[in-house]
Design a protein around this ligand. Structure first.
Ligand code: ADP
Ligand code: ADP
Ligand code: ZN
Length: 216
């Protein structure tokens, strides 16, 4: 099964994708994570993407569709992929269709995380991750069981993203509204969209997504 998690920054795409990965053996494909890895490694893609990401604007369609195509060639994705943060434009949606078709795969669902924009700023500015294993946390909504210690790996090294600040998040939301939200009707026409209440507790959102995937 191949699904897209669609929603503005902070909607919970990454949180839910990693739960699906753990619960169902699907593979999370986050273009944001891939781009951050490229920036960190200083690859040509990373060098091009860095300033764009820091400004909260969108990296070019060619770059992101290129990295998704390369990732889909790795055999683990044949079990089922969760697209997290991709596609973000109509051009990327068209590329994804071709990339899947070329590999004899298809899209099963587009899960839209329905959220209240104002609440998202609080989610974004409180977000941090474990630097060692990538587990995601929040200052208020998802704290580690022991303060300062990652639940998953025990590391005490946490990181915040440079673009997770109030100014940049407004730009990212404007980008979402202008370029990403308009791709929903494309998928609605194909009968693929399932809307889930993204303002519910993390566990309830997970359950609602599971109900969709299990056809309930
Ligand atoms: P996205 O990948 O859509 O940008 P994340 O999954 O990283 O969003 O979530 C943003 C922040 O909000 C994280 O710190 C996460 O722990 C927290 N979060 C995610 N889902 C919820 C939820 N349903 N309720 C409260 N906080 C949430
Ligand atoms: P969030 O879900 O919190 O908005 P992501 O981690 O998905 O953040 O993306 C971070 C940044 O990486 C985006 O603001 C954008 O600059 C870039 N990016 C990620 N995915 C894409 C994409 N599919 N198309 C263009 N730019 C992207
Ligand atoms: Zn960890």
């Amino acid at each position: 099964m191949n699904i897209i998690l669609l929603g503005p920054p902070g909607a919970g795409k990454g949180t839910q994708a990693s739960r699906l990965e753990a619960d169902r053996g699907m593979v999370q494909l986050s273009t944001g994570d891939m781009l951050r890895a490229a920036v960190k490694a200083g690859t040509p893609t990373g060098i091009k993407a860095k300033a764009v990401m820091e400004a909260g604007e969108l990296v070019s369609d060619e770059i992101v569709s290129g990295i998704i195509g390369e990732r889909l060639d790795m055999s683990d994705t044949a079990q089922g992929a969760i697209f997290d943060g991709y596609p973000r434009t109509a051009a990327q949606a068209a590329s994804l269709d071709s990339l899947l078709e070329e590999r004899g795969r298809k899209l099963d669902y587009v899960i839209e995380l329905d959220v209240d924009e104002e609440a998202l700023v609080e989610r974004i500015v409180g977000r941090y991750t474990c630097a060692a294993c990538g587990a995601g946390y929040h200052d208020t909504f998802l704290r580690p069981a022991t303060a300062g210690v990652c639940d998953v790996c025990g590391s005490g090294d946490f990181r915040r993203r440079p673009d997770d600040n109030e100014v940049t998040v407004r730009t990212r939301m404007a980008e979402y509204r202008a370029k990403t939200a308009p791709i929903l009707p494309i998928y609605e026409r194909r009968g693929l969209v399932r809307r889930v209440d993204g303002m519910a507790d993390i566990g309830r959102v997970t359950a609602a997504i599971a109900a969709v995937l299990d056809g309930q």
